[in-house]
Design a protein around this ligand. Structure first.
Ligand code: ARG
Length: 498
């Protein structure tokens, strides 16, 4: 990751309100320290039974520090909860626990300042923290790993991280929904064509159209919330796979880490990543919804439509065509939907067929989730920025809504309501009216009373009440319909649940 990309992500995350104390800022700049021990010696944390260190390539494929350094906050949080519990249970002395806790706090301050020194020989974030702790407090550091394994350690770290990620997604979705509600309110009675098959179908209100996305994104929030509820159990204390003979208190660590309780089966605790998959599934669904809104922004901004104008801040130019204003951000959001599906698919395939319990395959879960997290933050921030600042060209939208005989259904409905004509017959009569208007080169309202009566005597001048696009949308007051009054009620209801 280059510095500029990292900065962009920070900015986007901040703009989306998903940076504070969250995960996006965790990728602190790292440096390689040539003073770190060279490879060749056996790993000092697990190498007791080894005579020699790993080959350079073994080390390269095995090391995950470049990725899982983003878990450092959760790793230290988990270790602090663990050692406090060990002390309370009399498993380590109060003095050792105090020294360990102080050392962990110092490491947190160092990492916060960007002083994590990456060393591939130390594999992952867990061994980095433990090794640094030993440097700071000496041999007592070795007591921290009592009644614990990296298997339950990484499971708890990653759950904590994904829980925060769900909260970040929720906050960013809420920001986008808030922007949509504001624009929907401004345009509760702005009229544009509603499409089916991308053919003009019936006039709808822009407020109603935007509120459709509020519905989708609200369900997305629900999916993140559901996922978060299910992952709200602490795997810490499952140890390697079978639990431990030490008298640990898993309820205590679960509570300290903000979980509702401990997981119930040690094998499951260390070997499932369904919580990460659920996060990716919710991300994927959100990405699909965003891609549809992005697509509409792209179509609406094109010259033949001209429904919207994107501000300079959300447009890019062409190096050859001076007139161009390209909706690149919307196009990239549209593309990222593919990335989210790929992430879900990738981790699903990693997990498929893995026997219980932990396998190293699972180490590859994090890069996938982190990348999806970064992209989701960027997508939600971009969409929020665009929705907030788009100019809606009302005249263009209204003119398009008035084209394509969009009030034909209103005429047929009117024949049924006012003239008692069965709908199928009304449909037939209206079809003849459309044909006549088309031949005359006008819209339905452009046919004279006499011309309409000549098609069917039951069509009187009163039909004018429904032939305009304004009358059409105002009449659609059925629950969930497009009438401006409905839109305002839907906005008020949505604000209450926000
Ligand atoms: N870095 C590992 C991961 O992310 C931590 C767990 C390693 N456990 C082990 N037994 N090697 O999955």
């Amino acid at each position: 990751m280059t510095v500029s990309r990292r900065d962009a992500i920070k900015l986007a995350a901040l703009a989306a309100g998903c940076g504070a104390g969250g995960n996006a800022l965790s990728a602190a700049p790292m440096s390689n320290d040539p003073t770190q021990p060279a490879t060749g010696a056996a790993n000092s944390l697990w190498g007791g039974r080894f005579g020699a260190g790993p080959s350079a390539i073994m080390q390269e494929i095995n090391a995950s520090i470049g990725v899982d350094k983003r878990l450092w906050r959760q790793d230290i949080q988990g270790s602090r909860a663990h050692v406090a519990m060990l002390a309370r249970q009399g498993i380590v002395s109060a003095e050792d626990a105090a020294a360990i806790d102080k050392g962990l706090q110092q490491i947190a301050a160092e990492y916060e300042a960007g002083k994590l020194v990456e060393n591939k020989a130390l594999e992952d974030i867990h061994l980095h923290v433990e090794t640094r702790l030993k440097e700071i407090i000496g041999p007592a550091a070795g007591r921290l790993h009592t009644a614990r394994s990296r298997n339950d350690q990484v499971a708890v770290d990653f759950r904590l991280w994904v829980k925060v990620a769900c909260g970040d997604a929720d906050a960013a979705l809420k920001g986008l929904i808030t922007a949509l509600l504001k624009r929907a309110e401004e345009h509760a009675d702005t009229i544009l064509p509603g499409f089916t098959h991308l053919q003009v179908a019936q006039p709808v209100t822009l407020g109603h159209h935007l509120m459709a996305y509020v519905e989708m994104l609200t369900r997305d929030r629900g999916r993140f919330a559901d996922a978060m509820k299910r992952m709200d159990e602490s795997p810490l204390g499952a140890a390697a796979l079978a639990g431990t003979s030490f008298p640990i208190d898993r309820y205590m660590t679960a509570k300290a880490l903000g979980f509702s309780g401990p997981t119930r089966n040690s094998l499951d605790s260390v070997s499932d990543r369904d919580f990460a998959l659920e996060y990716l599934a919710a991300t994927h669904m959100t990405g699909l919804h965003l891609s549809r809104l992005a697509e509409e922004i792209i179509i609406w901004a094109s010259q033949p439509y001209g429904f919207i104008t994107l501000p300079d801040a959300w447009s890019t130019g062409s190096s050859i065509m001076p007139q161009k204003r390209n909706p690149d951000a919307a196009e990239l959001v549209r593309a990222k939907a593919g990335e989210f599906l790929a992430a879900f698919t990738r981790l699903s395939v990693v997990m498929k067929g893995l026997p219980l319990a932990y396998s190293k395959d699972m180490q590859d879960d994090k890069a996938t989730v982190f990348a999806a997290f970064d992209d989701l933050g960027l997508c939600l921030a971009s969409m929020t920025g665009m929705v907030e600042t788009i100019t809606f060209n009302k005249a263009k939208m209204r003119a398009a809504a008035n084209s394509g005989f969009s009030t034909a259904t209103d005429l047929a409905d009117w024949l049924g309501r006012a003239g008692g004509v069965p709908f199928r017959e009304a449909h037939e009569i209206t079809g003849k009216c459309v044909k006549a208007a088309e031949a005359k080169g006008t819209d339905l309202n452009g046919l004279t009373d006499a011309e309409l009566a000549a098609i069917d005597t039951r069509i009187t001048s009163k039909v004018r009440d429904v032939l305009s696009v304004e009358a059409s949308v105002a009449s659609r007051t059925s629950f969930g319909g497009t009438a401006p009054a409905n839109v305002r009620a839907a906005i008020a209801a949505a604000r209450k649940t926000l």
